[in-house]
Design a protein around this ligand. Sequence first.
Ligand SMILES: *Cc1c(COP(=O)(O)O)cnc(C)c1O
Length: 456
Amino acid sequence: MNSKLRSLPSVEKLLEDPRLGALAGAYSRPSVAGLVRKELDVTRDRIRQGADAPQFESLVDAVESRAAATLSTWPVRVINATGVIIHTNLGRAPLSQAAAQAAAEAGAGYSDLEISLASGKRGSRYAHISELLSQVTGADAAIVVNNNAAAVMLVLTALGAGKEVVVSRGEAVEIGGGFRIPDVLRQSGATLVEVGTTNRTYARDFEAAAGKNTAAFLKVHASNFKVTGFTAESTLAQMVEVGERHGIPVLHDLGSGALLDTAAYGMATEPMVQQSVSDGAGLAMFSGDKLLGGPQAGIIVGKAELVKLIERHPMARALRVEKITLAALSATLIPYLKGTAPEEIPVWQMISASAESIAERAKNLLDSVDGLTEIAELRDSRSAVGGGSLPGETLPSTVVAVTPPADAESLLAALRSHSPPIIARIEKDDILLDPRTMLPGEDAPVAEALAAAIRA
Ligand SMILES: *Cc1c(COP(=O)(O)O)cnc(C)c1O
């Protein structure tokens, strides 16, 4: 074993290789030397576990792959052919052209983020976005933080610490990724008061719980599961009615925060932000990168005095968003004001794409790759909204279903190794490619990737 270890080339020796020399020229000798050391460390561990010493050339290959993976910007742009529109692992909502451009411009230079161009005096980072969100949702005011989890945490901390927050037993839920309403309440310093039962909660349950120490009623949209059968839910409007009589604000965690009516696109109704505001929610919280179709953000809209309380809380400073987010968010909101969101926001373009247009793209994809028809066919399938929105709700789609000659995993891997990588889904040993979630211009690279994968 020691002789195997001794046979490994030195860092210096490897750096003399012409390919690694070129790499060092492109990046710097110390950065490539660092990668070489890492590769040698890993190789020594492998040898100690019984592996053979690698050839010189394969060490060079390995350092080159390390360089490709490490010395490049990340995350890497991929094509989503899974048919899951808001795919958390793939970065949720793709931005509109306008939003991506606004983000790039805000990032590349200085901006009037906290200065008034009219007076030259210090301005508020939130004034513009608050105005825009008021226009779109009907709320008095708004503030934006890192994500909706942060929004919920901030609101409960600012309003509920040291007091009681009343929640329906059916809504003390886990959102995913370890975000559980009871835990968030504990963390915020508020005491959770659960009312009703898992399946049925009435307005009178909130009435009975309202007391001197009640800071708020909390309504949480059960966005990632469905309860059916013998159920009853106290509506937001009913909770607001009870709350108003006791001077208790109602906080509404909407989750996705739809600004358009999902029912108009053949899906279940997702609670809309505008409705929450007009039903009288004190504060409504929702994500920027779910059905809104914008950047990751947690948006808090509601009554002016409550938003002011939130804005002044020290935690708001810790959770604040930067100029790139605000630029992308404002560019995402404008089409909602103009009524052009379904045409301009990618998430809504995908939701509203007609079954015929998707079938046509699937057929073109199938026909455009030599030999593909021998191992693939068009198949009726369903796309999902995803991202914890609209559980179980799907949209009719047509996919290209490939029955791989070898195993499905290696075809998936081949598609992932393409540039740009293609992410597809697997169903009963077949690979499905759903055009619904492929952006305009991505059909051709998917065809190329398929051609290369089936030739291999
Ligand atoms: C998704 C979701 C959250 C968390 O939002 P993020 O933006 O992912 O932090 C909170 N509450 C509900 C109901 C959700 O659906």
